[in-house]
Structure formats: C-alpha cells, structure tokens
Write a protein that binds this ligand. Structure first.
Ligand code: NAG
Ligand code: NAG
Length: 358
C-alpha cells in the first residue's frame, strides 16, 4: 500500500545499518539451495498453494545479500514490485509512459522463474501531479484512465499472474473513498478500470486490493459489494487481495480470517494475502517477537486451509526495506528478517504451518 518512495527506501536502508543486533535467535539460514525451513515457497507449493511471495522495491536491487534471497524461487515463488509500477512512475507526463522502474524488478523475477503480482493500476496515492491538478472533466479523465491502464497492462502482458486493478477505494465504513477518480467520474471509475484491464489482457487475473478487509465487517462488505457490482455489470473480476498489514497482538483472529475469506469466495472469486506484515510497537521484546510469529502463522494457516486462497505475499521480507517505520511512528520490526538477514521466529512458525506440523 503506501510504500516507501524510492528515495526514502535508500535513506532507511542507511539508517538501519546503524541499528544494534536484534534480540531474537539466529535460527535459520536463508538463500542457500538446501531444503529447510526458509524455503517458504517450496513448502507453500507442497501445501497446495500457488506461491509464497514478497514485495521487492528498487533501492534493494543493488544489494546482493538481499537479491540472493528475493530472487531465490525456493524461498519466494512470487514477487510484487513495491512501487515501480505505480502511476507516478509509469506516466510521468500525460501519454508518456516509462516502465523502467517496474521492469527492473519484473525482469529479475521473470529470469528467476517467479510469478508476478503486478501493482497497482489505479490508486489515490502516488499519482502524478499533472493528473491530480489537471481539473479534467469526466469524459477526459475516463479517457486518461483507460489509456493509462491499456498501456501498462499491454506492456506487462504475459508477465503478470495478476493485477491489482483498483487499490484502496474504500473508507473504513465501507463507503467509497474520496479521490480524484470518484470526484470526477463517480463510482463507475471502478468498472471502467476493470473493463479496460480485461480488454488489454484477457488472461491476467484482475483483483480488487485493500487493507482492513481481513476480517468480516463494514469494509470487507464494501469490498464484496465492489465485486458484486462488477459481476452485475458482467465485467471480469477474479480476486480480492487482502493486504494484511497487521499489528502484533491485535491481528484478526484465525477464525475471523477464515470466515472473511469464505464470504469473498462465496461470490465466486479467489483471494490472496497480498501485503502481509506484522508490525511491533517498539521497543521490541522476545515476547512481542513471539506474538508476531503467531500472528504471521495464523494468517498463513488461514490461507493454507482455504482452497481458493491462492497464496501469501509479504510486504518485503527485510526490516530495512519495510515501509512500516516511516509510516507508523513508534512501530517497526515488521518483516521476517532482521537488518542482519537473520530469520525471526516467524520464519520457523510459517514453515511449521506450511509443513502441517502445527
Ligand atoms: C546468522 O546466520 C547466517 C546464515 O547462517 C550467518 O551467515 C550469520 O553469520 C549468522 N549471524 C549471527 C549473528 O550468528
Ligand atoms: C461520467 O461519465 C460516465 C460515462 O458516461 C457516467 O457513467 C458517469 O455517471 C459520469 N459521472 C458524472 C459525475 O457525471
């Protein structure tokens, strides 16, 4: 969701190198070819899922220790470009497209044989200024949106397993979030976006993606209503992406996650955890790190036992690359690996779930 900008990622990375060693045990070697608890994608596939994946952002592409893990298919079978496919990077001025940032991640993942979840075609943040300040009329903005989606989906045609077509269109109460598209076009911007994506690539899965839709409630119902509206209009929609930006100790319960997925699946769509992370209110402790492991494992288990939950994506796997500290002040340590690439207990607990041993 609201990820680091490319520039912020670099400064965070530098910052993180000054952090002291983490308090948790260094349990698991990663990135090597041996089968082991860190081969999360291999384990997920054995458990019947399509993938276990991660978001990857551009600043980390020069870090060999990072890329050795990120593009190791045994560990991560799927990659989501964290920022590079967003509107502000792909259409910096109207009608002028650049896919350089997105391609940098996509090309590495494709070479590694990893699936791609592509992210995101329409979102109210990280939009180019020409778009937000253009005062376009309805018909013009519809054309702009259709041209953007057509160009980007065609560029990545055949490379993406799925597209997050519309991201975060809902308020917490399930009503439509105010943004330039809603203000100018009205709620029909969503079917317009899905129809354009379907026309540009009939084979790619089309997802609605949002946060706080991981347990039943008004916002989850709002997401279901978006799916129903598209279906009523006979417009292709294939899945609901549950971002799952959780907080250790206050994540949705396992049972409510199961019920929530059932509600979506009853509409005839698949589901996925698309941006899973579990942030900790600092300072961290062994107890909080253990709670984090439990929360990660519950989400993964809920997906594993739900047939139409196709896979789990973590929103980066390395604390220095995480968007959390800059977005939620006083929290952090949200990913699976510490600054020193040491696996946290969450890695072992996820592996146990995938192996069916919990
Ligand atoms: C943690 O494990 C990795 C991989 O085996 C190893 O390279 C690293 O030196 C270990 N770190 C510590 C602090 O023991
Ligand atoms: C914008 O145009 C579309 C397509 O004609 C229409 O469905 C929609 O209601 C219009 N929105 C507004 C706010 O007039």
């Amino acid at each position: 969701m609201r990820s680091l900008s490319l520039a912020v990622g670099v400064s965070l990375l530098q910052l993180a190198c000054a952090f002291p060693a983490p308090p948790w045990p260094n349990t698991t070697a990663v990135g090597d070819a041996k089968a082991g608890p860190a081969d999360l994608n291999d384990l997920a596939k054995k458990a019947g899922k399509m993938y276990f994946g991660t978001a990857v952002d551009n600043p980390q592409l020069d870090d060999k220790q990072y890329t050795d893990i990120a593009f190791n298919k045994a560990v991560f079978g799927q990659v989501t470009p964290a920022n590079g496919q967003k509107y502000m990077y792909t259409e910096r001025s109207r009608g002028t497209y650049s896919f350089v940032e997105g391609d940098a991640v996509v090309d590495k993942a494709t070479a590694a044989g990893q699936l791609l979840r592509c992210h995101a075609l329409l979102w109210y943040q990280q939009l180019p200024n020409w778009l937000t300040t253009g005062n376009f009329d309805n018909a013009t903005l519809i054309t702009i949106v259709q041209e953007h989606i057509t160009a980007e989906v065609q560029h990545y045609k055949g490379k993406c397993y799925a597209w997050d077509v519309v991201n975060e269109a809902l308020n917490e109460d399930g009503t439509m979030r105010k943004n330039v598209f809603l203000d100018t076009i009205g709620p029909s911007y969503i079917p317009i976006a899905f129809a354009a994506a379907a026309a540009a690539d009939p084979d790619v899965k089309l997802y609605y993606n949002d946060y706080n839709i991981e347990n039943p409630g008004a916002k989850s119902t709002g997401a279901a209503n978006i799916v129903k509206d598209l279906q009523a209009r006979k417009i292709k929609v294939d899945g609901v992406g549950m971002q799952a930006h959780f907080i250790a100790g206050s994540s949705p319960s396992y049972d409510s996650q199961l019920q929530n997925m059932k509600n979506f699946i009853a509409l005839g769509v698949e589901v996925a955890y698309t941006e899973l992370d579990v942030r900790i209110t600092l300072p961290n402790s062994a107890e909080k790190t253990q709670q984090q492991a439990t929360d990660y494992a519950n989400a993964v288990k809920a997906c594993v036992v739900t047939e139409k939950c196709v896979g789990i994506t973590v929103w980066d796997f390395w604390d220095p690359a995480s968007w959390v500290p800059s977005t939620f002040k006083g929290t952090g340590d949200a990913t699976l690996f510490s600054a020193g690439f040491e696996a946290k207990p969450a890695v072992a607990s996820i592996a146990q779930v995938l192996q069916g041993t919990t």
